[in-house]
Ligand binder design. Structure first.
Ligand code: ADP
Length: 200
């Protein structure tokens, strides 16, 4: 059985950290749209130049672009055993596109792990990072964009019965342990198969 997960939460909620830990534990790839987009910018491709303009302003890149990217990525053979999406979906149209893709692949999401951290705490965390788009005005804008465009996904996935609430304000190991509990609780809830850490 594959383990197909989405990590949801505001910028600075620790999605990247948890995605890396999950990837290690379960031997499945962590797919970060932010990383993929930044790699395009680094590579200096024409697409990268277009993407850079959005990143620099703290805007989301167009849905069609990230949907395309994820559609291709999910067909890579390393996703056979599962995947962890970090930073996708980020809008309702992206979430709907993902549902459509996964129906076609006959592999519905197992869970959406929502890392809940209050806005003031993430503001402080992001202010301590040193990425190009981590200047205060841009951070504030990214948080606004999150509240407007991404936060509605919380009720979208709640309605699907997929949402698992995780307290993201705790230290990374504690957050990791809550996620492990949530994944264990998936075992048996759908088809009786048990989840155990993968080969890696
Ligand atoms: P953070 O979680 O701190 O916002 P990310 O690396 O996830 O950092 O995202 C950085 C930027 O990449 C976003 O501000 C946005 O411009 C772009 N981005 C990432 N994922 C998406 C997505 N699914 N849709 C649109 N833009 C995205």
């Amino acid at each position: 059985m594959a383990l197909d997960l989405v990590l949801l939460g505001p910028p600075g909620s620790g999605k990247g950290t948890q995605a890396a830990m999950l990837s290690q534990t379960y031997g499945i790839p962590a797919i970060s749209t932010g990383d993929v987009l930044r790699a395009q910018v680094e590579a200096g491709t024409p697409l990268g130049q277009r993407v850079k303009a959005y990143l620099d302003r703290g805007e989301l890149v167009p849905d069609s672009l990230v949907v395309d990217l994820i559609q291709h990525r999910l067909l890579d053979p390393d996703t056979q055993e599962g995947f962890i999406l970090d930073g996708f979906p980020r809008t309702l149209p992206q979430a709907q596109a993902l549902d459509t893709m996964l129906v076609a692949l006959d592999r519905p999401l197992d869970a959406v792990l929502y890392l809940q951290v209050d806005p003031q705490a993430v503001r402080e965390r992001l202010g301590q990072r040193h990425r190009g788009d981590d200047r205060q005005a841009i951070i504030d804008h990214r948080l606004d964009v999150y509240l407007e465009q991404t936060a509605p996904l919380i009720s979208y996935y709640q309605a699907q019965g997929k949402l698992k609430l995780i307290d993201g304000a705790q230290p990374p190991e504690v957050v990791g342990a809550s996620i492990a509990d949530a994944i264990r609780s998936l075992a048996g809830s759908s088809n009786g198969s048990s989840r155990s850490p993968g080969r890696s």
